[in-house]
Design a protein around this ligand. Sequence first.
Ligand code: FMN
Length: 189
Amino acid sequence: VPETQIILGVTGATGVIYAVRLLEALKQIDGIVTHLVLSSWGRKTIGIETNYDIGAVERLADHTYEVGDLGAAISSGSYKTDGMVILPCSMKTLGAIAGGYEDNLIARAAGVMLKEGRKLVLCPRETPLSAIHLENMLKLARLGVRIVPPVPAFYNNPQSVEDIIRSHIMKVLDQFGIPYNDGKRWQGA
Ligand SMILES: Cc1cc2nc3c(=O)[nH]c(=O)nc-3n(C[C@H](O)[C@H](O)[C@H](O)COP(=O)(O)O)c2cc1C
């Protein structure tokens, strides 16, 4: 069975715990190889919002890269990967991708997904959203990017923040067809 190579970009939007939970989930699934890039504000936000140390988060991934390392393997389309998730995705990184401004490894790897026709899943997080944010999302959605904001659902009766996180992880993994049994699905009323 060929392995599935997934890049995870983590930026400095609130909700970095989602990325930690996604890495934990992917680690449990056979045949998935993870490539992690934390932006500088992604790192700082992990410190602000969670009790995880950066090393522990990085050890959840199979490969990690510095955000400034534009010479990394995943910076090139010739390096085979299956897709990329940016969770959470800041408005700055969203804007960089929509504008083709590939000056760090997260925006560059996302640009590679676009140019190579590979799967790109963005989980943009901001509120309220300005017209610039919305235009950037619309532009990318029209190019086939999956826009999957971490917006809680209540139809599945979440009992905890962890339940809310799990249902978002399910939504993200659904985009790749990766099986995940820890999220609650609507079964009809
Ligand atoms: C604690 C914290 C929370 C933030 N939350 C958001 C957010 O939800 N959305 C957003 O677009 N920016 C947010 N920001 C601002 C970004 O971190 C900032 O725009 C940064 O330049 C993003 O860079 P990056 O995309 O390279 O990580 C937040 C910053 C901090 C420190």
